[in-house]
Design a binder for this molecule. Structure first.
Ligand SMILES: [Zn+2]
Length: 477
């Protein structure tokens, strides 16, 4: 039986997080759900006599993002006019960079099943977003809020061969966007969307066969499903001896099915020509050097460090590198505590859980207490002066009200004592109160030991050191 290999490449649109739009000074509202037509002017509503002027910030952010991964910078890039008519595009053209994109040729490094891999990017170009159509029941309304918002279009080489590679690459891409403060790349908010090109060929073939393109898939899970579904669909066609239609397909993520939208025969001719209203973009050495200074440490480098040097779990290393702010917080905490395991645990299982529940504190940058206070908590736990159960209470207090660790610990009487005489009294009374269990233990039921430790901790209201109870009980039993 013939074996088939899928080859996949992606075209990804990302909304750039600049303050203002691409060609005018209107606010670039990256979050959705604002009143329609709030951020508009004559330029972004494309009145015939208005001229666009390019936002420097958009160029700077695009450049930073490419340079994070050592792209080739096009010192002179140009804009082209792409002609097409669609109701969300009343000008009947889009300004894009067809022939001279701003940056090109680089690699994104990530981990796929624990192995370091690099995937080639063909180029990234800048272009403006279209309008938004809102279909009311008897009419269609136009919202110009996102008209003229800046987009990056990233085009990969045909370098992926399965779902895992595609998804790990996209997750890395999203982290890179966030680390460079280029975009939040939130798929739910339509800030990142992806066209998936798939071509199946028999294993012996070294050329690309006909491909299909599935448009605007907007969740990672859905992209994985598209790759699986389309691979199977094309293989079943080839196995019947038929030919794959080169076409554009639409994915329905409710039914997990796709339908043909446009075949090669009705492919549009976009009649690209140089944009007459914009000069070429010329990047000076100073501008490039200035952008280079703003390049952060790459999330993948951090993740590899967390895995290999700090020996964190794969899940934890991924979570901590979700955003630049979170990984920087973790790095700073490790600098203060020298304890990467506990720093990680207190962030991932305590702080993030609280942020998840909180209405007001959603980001690590919103915390009301100084990072030194959290370091202090970890230090007290490490010195056996605070139990790990009580440490959560202290952090909750810090989280809700700010304040200082030492004050919270003392005011709530949480400092663990290590006074042997008083501890012995507790142990003695626990042994008397639980005579039956003690007899059980002596008869060979070793699990009872931990029950007794628990009873001692309870009797001491969790303010004492369990290690000492442990030793005392062993001595007395
Ligand atoms: Zn405007």
């Amino acid at each position: 039986m013939t074996k088939y290999t899928p080859t996949i490449w992606l075209e990804i649109h990302v909304r750039i997080k600049s303050d203002t739009k691409m060609f005018c000074s209107c606010k670039n509202a990256v979050a959705l759900a604002e009143e329609p037509n709030m951020n508009v002017c004559n330029v972004c509503m494309w009145f015939p006599w208005m001229l666009p002027s390019l936002n420097k910030e958009v160029v700077r952010l695009g450049l930073i993002w490419g340079m994070m991964m050592n792209c080739d910078v096009n010192k002179i890039s140009k804009f082209d006019r792409k002609t097409y008519f669609y109701p969300d595009n009343p000008t009947a053209y889009q300004i894009t960079q067809m022939y001279e994109p701003i940056v090109w040729k680089w690699f994104v490094k990530t981990l796929v099943n624990w192995t370091e891999r690099t995937f080639a990017i063909h180029h990234m170009h800048l272009e403006n977003d279209a309008w938004k159509l809102i279909h009311a029941w008897w009419k269609t309304l136009l919202d110009f809020n996102r008209a003229g918002s800046p987009l990056m279009e990233i085009v990969t080489d045909p370098v992926f061969h399965d779902k895992d590679e595609v998804m790990e690459f996209l997750r890395e891409l999203q982290k890179l966007m966030r680390a460079g403060w280029v975009s939040d790349a939130d798929m739910e908010k339509w800030q990142l969307r992806c066209d998936v090109n798939i071509s199946i060929a028999p294993e012996w073939s070294s050329i690309l066969w006909a491909r299909t393109e599935t448009k605007n898939v907007n969740s990672f899970a859905a992209i994985g499903r598209v790759v699986e579904h389309e691979t199977k669909r094309q293989i079943s066609i080839l196995e019947k001896g038929w030919v794959i239609d080169q076409e554009t397909r639409g994915w329905n993520d409710d039914t997990w099915t796709s339908v043909s939208q446009r075949s090669k025969e009705d492919a549009m001719d976009y009649r690209y020509f140089p944009e007459p209203d914009l000069l070429p973009v010329v990047l000076s050495d100073e501008f490039i050097a200035e952008a280079r200074k703003q390049i952060p440490e790459l999330p993948i480098e951090k993740r590899i460090k967390y895995l290999r040097v700090y020996k964190l779990s794969d899940d934890d290393a991924r979570i901590l590198t979700t955003t630049r702010e979170l990984s920087e917080y973790f790095d700073n905490l490790v600098d203060l505590t020298w304890d990467s395991k506990k720093s990680c645990a207190y962030i991932t299982s305590v702080l993030l859980a609280m942020m998840n529940e909180s209405e007001t504190i959603k980001n690590i940058t919103d915390l009301r207490f100084d990072i030194k206070e959290l370091a202090k908590v970890i230090d007290l736990v490490n010195r056996d002066e605070l139990s790990s159960t009580n440490s959560k209470q202290v952090i909750e207090e810090l989280f809700n009200n700010g304040w200082e660790t030492d004050i919270i610990v003392d005011e709530n009487n949480l400092r663990q004592k290590n006074d042997t005489w008083a501890l012995e009294a507790i142990v003695d009374s626990v042994l008397v109160d639980n005579a039956t269990q003690v007899a059980d233990y002596k008869a060979g039921n070793e699990n009872i030991f931990w029950f007794l430790v628990g009873q001692c901790m309870k009797a001491s209201k969790w303010t004492w050191n369990p290690k000492i109870f442990n030793e005392l009980l062993k001595k007395k039993l």
